[in-house]
Design a protein around this ligand. Structure first.
Ligand SMILES: NC(=O)c1ccc[n+]([C@@H]2O[C@H](COP(=O)([O-])OP(=O)(O)OC[C@H]3O[C@@H](n4cnc5c(N)ncnc54)[C@H](O)[C@@H]3O)[C@@H](O)[C@H]2O)c1
Ligand SMILES: O=c1ccn([C@@H]2O[C@H](COP(=O)(O)OP(=O)(O)O[C@H]3O[C@H](CO)[C@@H](O)[C@H](O)[C@H]3O)[C@@H](O)[C@H]2O)c(=O)[nH]1
Length: 481
């Protein structure tokens, strides 16, 4: 029986390994983590992450050929294939701070594998890493190898949160990069065989190591670039009276461009896009390519602009101040169908409003008060370290922020409502009831274009929707910078 061990029981390690276990009954999969709490949650009825369809997959295989454990050494020792799916945050200190990927967790994982292994192993990079990481990892493994043969493969993950199970069941492609030596090719084949249990052969791409590593960063950069492109156009739509949904539809009808990933928003969030583009920028700079670095950096610049533009809209519409005004925030997760808040645009928008002394009342169906308070108190990039290693006691913002478990409670007595996540339930709320319970004039700022602005204007709201023709009220407000 092939034995797989995965280091890192997070948003990638957990779902990916659960699906491998489901689709490959003859493979034993053990997911290990340094976080005792996380492993305990994977072994309970309350999984540590919310992901549609995940409970079902885990229930089918846990205890059969899928196990979650903190006995890292034992399971690395027994494995034929070791996946490494640990955090690769942005560095906060030293060389490359604010851009380069911090490979501390990866390096310590590699050192542990080298120390423990007593038999040959295929080591798979599942984490997103800078190009040439495999070379560094190889050096660590080989220098400590005691004659053991390690083959390192790059097998980046392309799942998106909220649709992870669907993406894993039916991936657009599986990418495997390896050394072009006979041993390297054998290792690629061994991993290919695992995926071939459910992924059609023509969707399994094999490349050299560096192409695989770079493809992951490039794919995220291209995806994020589409969002920044449509968001840049959304600002121009607001200035000209064009409607970004109509523009995106017309543009996306060109088969060379395609319709997906063209929804204007308050900005992209999530643990990957910003981190991976910053990493790409740093790699370009290190390779003497400042023009290429600056091209990709602008994708993030436009994203930051979109978030601050949104805050400015809110403040300038409401008589240029939100001080002491209650603002309801509907949605805190970085997208619907996840409880993940890493790099969510809601953090920057809330911080912007808090900077103008607003009182914020937040509702998100999947995010707890503790998480929100921590997010609003954490320093930039601290969020991407293992949860149990993050600072514990958030301060300051508590009095200005309340968190409710009900959209009607959050909006009661509010001067304005900001929709920051596209949860389906937000388009179905009773907006007449919400309007009646709000201060007047009642404002709504839709950062996800989930409500029909015309219908809400008929109720009496002053409405701002990203990239849509402006409300007459907003047209008369001071110009925005
Ligand atoms: N989240 C996504 O949608 C996504 C998609 C594709 C790729 N990725 C990449 O996958 C990697 C992991 O991302 P994630 O979202 O799963 O992160 P995560 O924070 O949810 O999970 C990482 C886990 O690794 C554990 N860990 C850290 N060091 C360890 C060690 N030495 N041994 C064992 N466990 C260790 C942490 O405790 C944590 O539970 C990152 O490189 C990320 O960029 C993420
Ligand atoms: O048209 C769009 C599409 C997305 N978003 C936003 O973009 C962010 C990222 O969304 P998405 O890409 O769907 O989720 P992630 O889980 O971050 O997945 C991305 O990042 C992962 C981590 O690397 C990759 O594996 C995936 O392929 C890649 O889609 C979210 O805030 C979305 O709301 C928009 O604003 N407009």
């Amino acid at each position: 029986m092939v034995k797989i061990c995965c280091l890192g029981a997070g948003y990638v390690g957990g779902p990916t390994m659960a699906v491998i276990a489901l689709k490959c009954p003859s493979v034993e999969v053990v997911v290990v983590d340094i976080s005792v709490a996380r492993i305990a949650a994977w072994n309970s009825d309350q999984l540590p992450i919310y992901e549609p369809g995940l409970d079902d997959v885990v229930k089918q295989c846990r205890g059969r050929n899928l196990f979650f454990s903190t006995e890292i050494e034992k399971h690395i020792g027994q494995a034929d294939i070791v996946f490494v799916s640990v955090n690769t945050p942005t560095k906060t200190r030293g060389l490359g701070a604010g851009k380069a990927a911090d490979l501390t967790y990866w390096e310590s994982a590699a050192r542990m594998i080298a120390d423990i292994a007593k038999s040959d192993k295929v080591v798979v990079e599942k984490s997103t890493v800078p190009v040439k990481t495999a070379e560094a990892i190889e050096k660590i493994l080989i220098h400590n190898s005691k004659g053991i043969n390690f083959q390192i493969l790059s097998n980046p993950e392309f799942l998106a949160e909220g649709t992870a199970i669907q993406d894993l069941f039916n991936p657009d492609r599986v990418l495997i990069g390896g050394r072009e030596t006979p041993e390297g090719k054998k290792a690629v084949q061994a991993l290919k065989q695992v995926y071939a249990n459910w992924v059609p052969e023509d969707r399994i791409i094999t490349t050299n190591l560096w192409s695989a590593e770079l493809s992951k960063l490039a794919a995220n950069a291209f995806l994020a670039q589409r969002i920044s492109s449509v968001n840049a156009i959304s600002a121009l739509c607001e200035a000209t009276g064009a409607d970004v949904a109509e523009v995106a539809y017309s543009v996306g009808k060109d088969t060379r461009i395609g319709p997906r990933f063209l929804s204007a928003s308050v900005g992209f969030g999530g643990s990957c896009f910003q981190k991976d583009i910053l990493s790409l920028v740093y790699i370009c700079e290190c390779n003497g390519l400042p023009e290429v670095a600056s091209y990709w950096k602008d994708v993030i610049k436009v994203n930051d602009y979109q978030k601050s533009r949104f805050v400015n809209r809110v403040v300038s519409s409401m008589f240029n101040t939100v001080s002491e005004k209650k603002i309801a925030v509907l949605g805190f997760a970085f997208k619907k169908d996840t409880g993940d808040t890493r790099e969510t645009p809601a953090i920057d928008v809330c911080k912007g409003l808090l900077g103008d002394k607003a009182k914020i009342s937040i509702y998100d169906p999947q995010v707890s008060e503790e998480q929100i308070q921590r997010d609003l108190a954490l320093k930039k990039f601290d969020w991407d370290h293992p949860v149990h290693l993050q600072p514990t006691s958030p301060t300051a913002v508590k009095q200005q922020v309340t968190v409710t478990w009900d959209a009607y409670e959050a909006t009661k007595g509010a001067h304005g409502v900001c929709i920051l996540t596209e949860w389906d339930e937000f388009s179905k709320l009773d907006y007449v009831k919400i309007y009646e319970n709000m201060q007047k004039p009642a404002f709504i700022f839709d950062g996800r274009n989930v409500i029909d602005p015309q219908k809400l204007r008929e109720i009496g709201f002053i409405v701002f929707s990203i990239g849509k023709p402006l409300d007459p009220w907003l047209k008369d407000m001071p110009a925005m910078v």
